[in-house]
Design a protein around this ligand. Sequence first.
Ligand SMILES: *Cc1c(COP(=O)(O)O)cnc(C)c1O
Length: 379
Amino acid sequence: MTAKIGLKHVHAIAPYVGGKPISEVARQFGLDENKIIKLASNENPLGMPQSAKEAILKAAADLGRYPDSNAFHLKDILSLHLGVSPDWITLGNGSNDILELTARAVAQRDDAIIFSKHAFAVYPLATQAVGARAVEVPATSAYGHDLDAMLAAVKRESSAAKLVFIANPNNPTGSYLQADAIEQFIAAVPSETVVVLDEAYNEYLLPEQRYNSMEWVRRFPNLMVSRSFSKAYGLAGLRIGYGIAQTHLTNLLNRIRQPFNVNSLAQAAAIAALGDPAFLKKGFDLNRAGYTQLTQAFEKMGLDYLPSSGNFVLVKVGSDLEAGARFNLALLKRGIIVRPVANYGLPEWLRISIGLTEENAALITAMEHILLVENQVSP
Ligand SMILES: *Cc1c(COP(=O)(O)O)cnc(C)c1O
């Protein structure tokens, strides 16, 4: 029987569920694709930078050849950008690839991988994929990472503690950790335990929130910082991200990654995007304005939300365990796709990616209508 095929720990995995594609929602609800608004996957509402589009068209002429397996040109530029040596950089098929490669390189069956409750969904997936034990640490009352409790878990697991995932800011909560708290945490973790600091939303941090994690990479041989081109750089569809760590850790990833894990178009686009600070600035400003627009509207509607340091906001749309699903369905019927987060242990909440001004406005109008209807039918 087919049940006999496959490893037990792989059978136990619940596959990742992404934001619903626009085409599927259009079909399911009989809507016009062009009128659907997707605020579900923390993509850049500006789309991809024009500079990257042009670079891709140029690079397309050469697709008969394999990509540069070592991404010489891109690593060179990243190296200047980050102030670390190119051989401290590993490129990934999205930063997701870096998270998984790190788990595969350092942990196996029965080892412990530690992360926070309500943290990014890929951490438990990467843990289960290597057959390791997920140690989920309760979050703070503000839904953030509780670094003291996480450190206690690392210590409790002792030599089994092979890896810790920290997201700053975290998705889906948007929670942010102060730099000195992270630094103290890494310093206190035993050097045999690898810490992945996931900075997928790093570019959205306010100037006063920024910190230099490259300095920590220089100090801590067990630190891997991961970054992405999917969010602020607008290249989610290309799948490209990278990790920064000292050479011994970087070399581990290079041993097990696919030789051509990052395609030529992605490499060319990333180079162009890194040379386009105006795009990054435009996206940053748009995100700040959209955050204010959405959170002011939530306040007016009397809805709780979590302060977010990313390009998305978690908003509480009810107080029962079906609230998120119900509100989500009502939004889908109105052609708006957001992200239910019951799988993150947050069934009363929805995660809204910050969109263009007019997209945010349409979402707000739809939410106001839904709340009005709900209040009319409830006793
Ligand atoms: C989106 C996201 C990533 C992964 O993005 P990639 O597209 O794989 O680069 C990693 N971490 C967090 C917290 C994210 O939200």
